[in-house]
Write a protein that binds this ligand. Sequence first.
Ligand SMILES: [Cu+2]
Length: 70
Amino acid sequence: MTSTQLKVTGMTCGHCRSAVERALKSQPGVTEANVDLEKGAADVKFDEKAIAVETLIAAVEGEGYQASTC
Ligand SMILES: [Cu+2]
C-alpha cells in the first residue's frame, strides 16, 4: 500500500469533488480517496502493485478534470 497526493484542477463545486472521488474509488486497488475542493488536491491510498499513478490520473481526466502528480 502506498499513498499519493494528486493535484486536481477544474473542480468548481461539491459535485465535481464527488465525481473525482467516485472515479478514484472505483479503480481496482484504490482503498481510499479524499478530495479537497479548495486545495484542488486528492489524497489517494492504493495498492501500487494493482494500479499505477498514471491510471489514477487517467481516471480523473476521464471525468473531465486535469490531474497531475505534485
Ligand atoms: Cu461541479
